[in-house]
Design a protein around this ligand. Structure first.
Ligand SMILES: Nc1nc2c(c(=O)[nH]1)N[C@H]1C(S)=C(S)[C@@H](COP(=O)(O)OP(=O)(O)OC[C@H]3O[C@@H](n4cnc5c(=O)[nH]c(N)nc54)[C@H](O)[C@@H]3O)O[C@H]1N2
Ligand SMILES: Nc1nc2c(c(=O)[nH]1)N[C@H]1C(S)=C(S)[C@@H](COP(=O)(O)OP(=O)(O)OC[C@H]3O[C@@H](n4cnc5c(=O)[nH]c(N)nc54)[C@H](O)[C@@H]3O)O[C@H]1N2
Ligand code: SF4
Ligand SMILES: [Mo]
Length: 739
């Protein structure tokens, strides 16, 4: 009998941002076992999603071949064609489209960072001449990044910054890492057990809040007021780091004047957090240094208060002197990592003409996270960090403008949309409008693992290879960006006609003749990794052999080169915001819908809706097909207070409707006595692969998808970045009598 050929491959799990290390046993070319990599940064940890990766790889419903539409859009009638033929046809379409309408008539659409691919796609778009990259980053972390660059020339991230034993205070603000980043949670608790104070800001007692030393139960979407109140206390009680503030910040006096408008009593009224707790939180944060304010996605999703809250957080960090100190907020590239060719260096942004940049959809209104902001911040970044200023987290077209351009050809027609690693019908606000726009397209291409609701509307559905079928070299989230390199090996050859996302763009680039320009399109992905590493004299394989490279950290780098802002200092008063025409100091605004701003709406819809919390078993709309995961969490859940249950005759587990002015969905009720009485918390991204595919069902798109409820009016968006409001809307709930 022949012996089986067995190898063990070292890869990274890409089912969330944590990038846990995995060891995959491969027998005769087939992956048979997965375990956590004990020698990796994640110390052997794998959550249930990671452990289901083999089920995911070989799942019978995975897309294995290109599906080309033959029936009406949404009819679920397809022809199977070879991948190369599909690329030929799409390239031909793009050539004609560019001639007739210009390169800006296409848009690419993304969810969250799943592959190491966004920068490659930027290179592609810039060489093609298109400014329209659309990304859920607008409501997820990219605000944090752009505002961080504007305020102090870098953005703050928990991973890699928190050092148990040295970090003295952690604020988890609108963030529940117990579900969303288990390793971050473990590190938070480790730091707490070594003396750090843990403050959690959340309208409900989340798993993270239940471990807090101080829980601030906040009215949804009023977080900017809390930030301003804490700054007020820290300044008025003179708790700030005077040496740092005098030497390294600008705008202290204007800030001091502004925050006098936000005394703790007033902030208590706005946020519903008792005044004493606001004062206590400010004192704890300012006197327990070094400390960290972790990023939380809630703050990216509170519309008009998003940029304002994130500005406050950066100001708090500056006032406390927590920036770029050990155990505080680590920033920037260090050591040899400075010499590695960064993703931003390869984005070919300089090939996109100023004329094309100005066509970016929405950039005339929401300027900070688009080319106008990028252009202002690029100079200081390049001066301090010595690399090209990345476009990928910062230059976004705005979805609402994109839908308008598709539906009304305003300000110009958009004909083609490419959804890559994005289930747009589930992720974007106001699903009805997104649906209309997708239906009106000339060309919709979806690159995915599954036939999702979004894919069902496509002209071409391209099967994607997953992380076990591709290589990667990452520099995020396992540690701090700027000081770590994490490699991921290909465990098995791509199955069937699946291709990597890189091969998708490479195939189109070569067909469209983009390879005569700056990006090395003829290289394989592994060769590009080697190219990036060449300046430090190692190869991708060397990094794989080592497992990862953690570059030694340096702190207080600003003492040598200043901060990467226009003034070279931490800008408490932001010159970038001012130049773009926004308030250079933070302020508070009532949420889009509330008892105070829209009392007439509150009469019919008296409850406050937040559509959020992450579920350990699922990544957004993914994994609903994976039996081992779905069996642990079969139905969508909505949390309500027991008093609401009593009033509406709702019991635990009942199906209930959640309704806003825009529509209604149903979920199963969970009675949660720790909620504020009038707050309703839904899960998000629910669809049902087991429901019929063809229209009008689209795999249950309309049943439990909370984006049927969310709002996409431009006036309700964050005015600097364009993020819409998923948290802090008005709703009502009532029982589904028959289901
Ligand atoms: N109401 C409400 N809406 C929200 C949120 C919320 O809290 N409330 N959260 C928002 C946030 S923060 C985000 S980041 C977005 C997330 O939105 P998305 O990132 O769009 O998330 P998914 O819905 O999981 O869709 C991703 C799709 O990509 C596919 N995929 C996964 N990996 C790969 C890959 O490597 N290559 C390719 N080609 N495909 C891949 C998956 O199968 C899936 O169909 O949702 C946003 N929408
Ligand atoms: N298992 C799993 N992990 C994930 C994901 C996933 O889908 N599944 N998604 C990934 C992605 S893309 C993201 S963006 C992160 C997000 O991860 P988190 O930042 O942890 O996001 P959420 O769990 O949506 O919300 C965090 C907390 O915000 C609270 N909250 C709701 N509204 C408000 C408000 O107005 N103010 C405040 N202060 N708090 C509020 C909620 O009650 C919740 O406990 O998770 C990532 N990790
Ligand atoms: S925490 Fe994230 S990276 Fe780690 S195993 Fe789970 S899904 Fe994968
Ligand atoms: Mo996200």
């Amino acid at each position: 009998m022949n012996e089986k050929k067995t190898t063990v491959k070292k890869a990274l799990c890409y089912f969330c941002h944590a990038r846990c290390g995995a060891m995959i046993t491969v027998e005769d070319g087939k992956a048979v076992r997965i375990e956590g990599n004990k020698d990796g940064l994640s110390r052997g940890f794998l959550c249930p999603k990671g452990r289901a990766a083999i089920e995911h790889l070989y799942h019978p419903e995975r897309l294995n071949y290109v599906h080309k539409r033959v029936g009406e859009r949404g009819e679920n009638k397809w022809q199977q064609i070879p991948y190369d033929q599909a690329l030929d046809e799409i390239a031909e379409y793009l050539r004609k489209m560019k001639q007739e309408y210009g390169a800006e008539a296409m848009v690419t659409s993304h969810g969250t960072f799943r592959t190491n691919r966004e920068w490659i796609e930027f290179a592609w778009l810039h060489l093609f001449g298109c400014p329209n990259f659309l990304n859920d980053g607008i409501i997820c972390y990219c605000n944090t990044q752009s505002i961080g660059y504007a305020s102090q020339g870098w953005f703050c991230l928990f991973a890699g910054s928190c050092i148990p034993g040295e970090t003295k205070c952690i604020i988890q603000w609108g963030h529940n890492p117990a579900m969303s980043y288990p390793m971050e949670m473990a590190n938070t608790l480790r730091a707490q057990s070594k003396g750090a104070k843990l403050i959690v800001v959340d309208p409900r007692l989340s798993d993270t809040a239940s471990r807090a030393d101080l829980w601030l139960q906040i009215r949804p979407a009023t977080d900017a007021a809390l930030g301003l109140g804490m700054i007020n206390v820290i300044i008025n009680e003179q708790l700030y780091n005077k040496g740092f503030v005098d030497q390294w910040t600008v705008g202290f006096d204007q800030l001091k004047e502004r925050v006098q408008e936000y005394p703790p009593e007033k902030v208590a009224e706005i946020t519903r957090i008792p005044k004493e707790k606001i004062i206590e939180a400010a004192r704890i944060y300012a006197t327990n240094t070094p400390g960290i304010i972790a990023w939380g996605v809630a703050l990216d999703q509170i519309g008009r208060n998003s940029t304002q809250t994130l500005r406050c957080q950066n100001i708090l960090r500056g006032l406390a002197g927590n920036l770029d100190v050990r155990g505080g907020e680590y920033m920037g590239f260090t050591g040899d990592m400075r010499s590695v060719i960064q993703k931003g260096d390869l984005e070919c942004t300089e090939y996109l003409s100023p004329e094309q940049r100005r066509k970016q959809l929405g950039a005339g209104r929401f300027k900070l996270q688009a080319f106008p902001g990028w252009e202002l911040m690029a100079g200081p970044y390049e001066r301090v960090w010595g690399h090209k200023f990345p476009a990928y987290p910062l230059t976004h077209a705005n979805p609402m403008y994109v839908w308008d351009a598709i539906l009304h050809e305003k300000p110009y027609p958009v004909k083609a949309l490419f959804c890559i690693a994005n289930n747009a019908l589930l992720s974007r606000a106001n699903t009805k409008r997104v649906y209309k726009a997708l239906k009106a397209l000339d060309l919709l291409v979806v690159v995915d693992y599954w036939m999702t609701p979004t894919a069902l509307l496509a002209d071409y559905v391209m099967p994607a290879a997953d992380w076990m079928e591709r290589y990667d070299l990452d520099d995020m989230c396992g540690g701090a960006i700027g000081s770590v390199l994490l490699p991921s090996d290909r465990c098995v050859e791509p199955l069937f006609d699946r291709h990597t996302d890189y091969e998708f763009w490479q195939g189109l680039a070569l067909r469209l003749g983009l390879d005569d320009k700056a990006f090395p399109w003829k290289m394989s992905f592994e060769e590009i990794c080697n190219y990036r590493l060449k300046p430090i004299g190692i190869t991708f394989r060397d990094v794989l052999d080592k497992g990862y490279i953690l570059f030694p950290r340096e702190y207080k780098k600003y003492e040598k080169a200043g901060f990467a802002t226009p003034s070279g200092k931490v800008e408490l008063y932001s010159s970038v915001m001012e130049t773009l025409g926004y308030d250079p100091l933070p302020h508070y605004e009532e949420p889009a819908e509330s008892h105070i701003r829209t009392p007439e709406v509150a009469k019919e819809y008296p409850l406050i809706l937040t559509t959020s919390p992450r579920i350990l078993e699922f990544y957004h709309s993914e994994q609903r097909q994976i039996r081992s995961l779905r069996s642990r969490h079969p139905d969508p859940l909505v949390q309500i207070h027991p008093t609401v249950g009593e009033k509406e005759g709702i019991e635990e587990g009942d199906w209930i409707y959640i309704e806003t002015q825009r529509g209604r969905i149903r979920m199963r009720a969970q009675l949660n006595p720790t909620l504020m009485e009038d707050v309703v918390v839904t899960e998000h991204s629910w669809w049902f692969p087991e429901e019929p595919a063809e229209e009008p069902f689209l795999h249950g798109l309309w049943i439990s998808n909370p984006n049927v409820l969310t709002v996409d009016d431009l006036d309700d968006c964050d005015q600097a970045c364009g993020g819409w409001t998923n948290r802090g809307l008005l709703c009502k709930v009532y029982k589904v009598e028959k289901y």
